[in-house]
Design a protein around this ligand. Structure first.
Ligand SMILES: [Zn+2]
Length: 618
């Protein structure tokens, strides 16, 4: 019998409680039956004219209902052939005037048809997953799903629900989403990634040009044009260079860029009428210093980002007539993150600014004065046209404990208040045993969809299921890390520790913390020795901590000697260093890990193991 333990929100709580009661006592069962005592009482039908993802949604519904109840719902081509006394679940019906990604679930007036539909190519599919989640199904990982069992499934009479997420695009990027099993999981999490596969709604062609785009293979590639047109590229130290920014004041550069934009954008449909062209500086600060570029910069309050805004504004105006519906985006990042103090006029309403969140990752956005100030100023320059580019990974070492996931819900609520359109985050790539990478991806996607959900309750639910009998210790570890960063009052979230994408900030985990955390994982490993899946998960979740213990072996050993143990119990001993390195190496082998940081090198993980073994890793 499935009884929900952690309820994401009051609405769900009411609903799940109802379902649980319905399962416990058939006499209070609701009016709209889907399965009764293991027998199907409804048929599934794909609406006429539904998007390509709707037949897939029907299959998914049938598959999960069967896994839950053993009953196979028939799929019919025509709802009128449902048969006497059978309810109909109609998927993917077209509805007008829906908000972006809005889902609609509801039983119609005669109480015989449940509609599962929504906006966009995935509307019916998203509505289907919403229904399954309401029945307690959880999509915790690309191969980890919680499917409760039930004899009967039903919905309360008159059931109706609709919801549209606050952000147009929700884009976490992480290794479990990039793997083979990534796309079906991304769709279940309602992540805005575009796929060729029609089951997932087909390709959207929503973004043209990479993040950094002006001067690489996206637009005006220096490798192609520099030899012939050095004057198109930055003048730095009196010389034109191929590895700096473009010379954006050069009329030829403007004409060529316009030509390339038109060629790349032609025929691209986009999703829901939204298409982006990224026109952003490359990832360096070698700006053009020619007189023309200096003049442009002056016009934009001498802000380094001035020439990029100027070119974005120019292209937006030029393509207004022939490429309707395209938005231009430009990155506000690093040395060019600040908004201009003055602008030559208002920025074209099709220019969007992508703000990179590069503050202290241990603090919520709302607590970071500089960042909030910058966001407010940008909102004045491009009102309601802000996109967020975030990262929640330590790029130098994806394994390192990096507790940023506590902040997702709060930060998304801040972004929603500011009218942000998109939240994109680089979660750990490369290493499958990166710090809590699946939980991070799950929480990011769920909270970007609805920032009012309880992030901590969802983390607890994730750990409870994925870590099996080791869950109590892993949860204790989760809290230990939280305390280590924020102190004993995480609600206040005052911390002196700075977590940054390139600075692991490991100082916040003391040798005593590491010793305690190590013992928690030892207990969780022992508790899951008969649960292969949970055991594998605990091994992966503890890998980053294990590496930190090996690095500071002597200190951790000393700290362990001072840990309080209950009277009469044996004092725990830290296993020999060599044994811990073996263990760490074996985790890498078992999970096919070959890199642990950004920009992986061949045999990257092997080199990490080598430095750990030699004791030379700092
Ligand atoms: Zn220039």
């Amino acid at each position: 019998m499935f009884v929900p333990r952690h309820l994401p929100c009051p609405d769900w709580a009411r609903f799940l409680l109802f379902s649980a009661l319905a399962l416990l006592a058939p006499v209070v069962r609701a009016d709209f039956d889907i399965v009764v005592e293991g027998r199907p009482t409804a048929v599934v039908c794909v609406a006429k004219g539904a998007s390509s993802a709707s037949p897939y949604a029907a299959k998914e519904l049938v598959k999960y209902v069967k896994a839950m109840t053993g009953a196979e719902l028939p799929v019919v081509a025509d709802a009128s052939g449902a048969g006497k006394g059978r309810n109909v679940i109609l998927i993917g019906e077209k509805r007008d005037n829906l908000r972006r990604d809005e889902i609609v679930l509801g039983i119609d007036q005669d109480g015989r048809c449940l509609h599962l539909c929504g906006e966009g190519p995935r509307g019916g599919l998203y509505a289907t997953y919403e229904l399954l989640e309401r029945w307690g199904v959880r999509f915790f990982g690309n191969q980890t799903e919680k499917i409760p069992t039930a004899k009967s499934l039903s919905l309360p009479d008159g059931f109706a629900f609709s919801y549209a997420p606050p952000f147009e695009f929700r884009k976490p990027g992480s290794i479990p989403l990039d793997q083979n099993m990534g796309p079906p999981w991304a769709v279940k999490l309602r992540v805005s990634r575009s796929y060729q596969n029609k089951n997932y709604g087909g390709a959207w062609d929503a973004v043209i040009g990479s993040g950094h785009s002006l001067g690489n293979k996206s637009f005006l590639d220096a490798k192609v044009h520099f030899a012939q047109h050095p004057e198109w590229y930055a003048l730095v130290g009196g010389k034109r260079i191929p590895n700096g920014q473009l010379c954006l004041s050069n009329p030829e550069v403007r004409a060529e860029l316009l030509k390339e934009v038109r060629a790349k954008a032609a025929g691209k449909k986009g999703v829901g009428g939204i298409k982006y062209i990224s026109l952003s500086y490359l990832d360096n600060n070698r700006f053009c210093t020619c007189d023309g570029c200096r003049k442009i910069r002056k016009r934009w309050g001498d802000a380094p980002i001035g020439p990029a805004l100027d070119i974005a504004d120019f292209i937006a105006k030029e393509i207004e007539g022939d490429l309707p519906g395209f938005r231009i985006s430009t990155l506000a990042y690093w040395d060019w993150r600040e908004p201009p103090a003055k602008t030559p006029g208002s920025l074209h309403t099709n220019v969007y600014v992508t703000i990179c969140q590069n503050g202290n990752k241990a603090l919520p956005v709302a607590r970071q004065k500089d960042l909030m100030e910058r966001l407010r100023k940008w909102n004045a320059v491009a009102p309601g046209r802000l996109l967020i580019w975030d990262w929640d990974a330590c790029f130098r070492n994806y394994l390192t404990p990096y507790p940023t996931y506590h902040l997702y819900a709060e930060d998304f609520r801040t972004y929603r208040k500011l009218g942000v359109r998109q939240v994109l985050s680089q979660l750990p790539h490369g290493a499958i045993f990166a710090d809590f990478v699946e939980m991070r991806t799950y929480l990011y996607a769920k909270l970007a969809w609805n920032p009012d959900l309880d992030g901590e309750a969802m983390a607890r639910e994730w750990i409870d299921y994925c870590c099996g009998s080791g869950a109590p210790q892993v949860w204790e570890y989760y809290q230990l890390v939280e305390r280590a960063v924020w102190g004993n009052a995480p609600a206040h979230r005052n911390t002196q520790f700075k977590l940054h994408g390139y600075n692991p900030g490991r100082g916040w985990l003391t040798a005593k913390d590491r010793a305690e955390a190590f013992l928690l994982f030892e207990k969780a490993l022992a508790a899951t020795s008969d649960e292969p899946q949970a055991h594998a998960m605990v091994r992966r979740l503890g890998a980053g901590l294990l590496e930190l213990v090996i690095e500071q072996y002597a200190d951790v050993k000393k700290a362990m000697a001072h840990i309080r143990v209950p009277y009469g119990s044996a004092r725990p001993e830290l296993p020999p260093r060599e044994e811990l390195v073996d263990r760490f190496e074996q985790i890498g082998k078992d999970f096919y890990v070959w890199c642990f940081r950004e920009g992986p090198q061949p045999r990257d993980f092997a080199s990490l193991v080598k430095t750990l073994r030699e004791g030379t890793r700092k």
